[in-house]
Ligand binder design. Structure first.
Ligand code: ZN
Length: 166
């Protein structure tokens, strides 16, 4: 975390503590912030031994293949988030969510720490995929043909899925 000024009052921030206890602290208004990761979802949408991937249209990692999923908003569970993100990104429901694990990562070159919560899931057999402006292309990839992926957590979740440990 490299913040310099308090986002609440604009005073220069101090950093106190070390390791996991290190946090920003404002001596003026009392604001504090630990470097907690932002929670995200990773939707491992499977059909047999294939996975649905999307090609990113927006930075970071523009042009890279990625899974359905996104950042949680306040009051939302990971499961609710993934259902919402799927409706937004591919225009169809996701069913049968099953947790695979959680994966630490960094959001591209932004420096923002994230933790991706991965689920296997499926879309209905008759689902029609309609992409949003967030992605340019979708494709089903067989597990032995999976391309390089956008983020560390997505790579690790897909690796676990294919390895059968998920
Ligand atoms: Zn302050």
């Amino acid at each position: 975390m490299d913040w310099r000024f308090c986002p609440r009052c604009g005073t220069s921030l101090a950093f106190v503590g070390s390791g996991a206890e290190r946090h920003a602290s404002c001596g003026d208004c009392g604001f504090w912030k630990y470097d907690n990761p932002l929670p995200t979802t990773i939707g491992l949408i499977c059909r047999g031994r294939s996975i649905l991937l999307l090609r990113r249209a927006q930075p970071p990692a523009i042009g890279a293949w990625d899974t359905v999923g996104g950042f949680l908003t306040a009051g939302e569970t990971a499961e609710q988030n993934l259902v919402r993100e799927a409706r937004e990104e591919i225009g169809c429901p996701v069913l049968d969510l099953r947790p695979v694990g959680s994966y630490a990562s960094v959001y591209g070159d932004t420096g923002m720490a994230t933790v991706g919560m991965a689920f296997t899931c499926r879309i209905p057999d008759d689902a029609v995929i309609t992409l949003s402006a967030e992605n340019t292309e979708h494709r089903w990839f067989a597990w032995d043909e999976i391309p390089d992926l956008a983020f560390t957590d997505v790579k690790a979740a897909v690796r676990d899925l294919v390895a059968g440990t998920g």
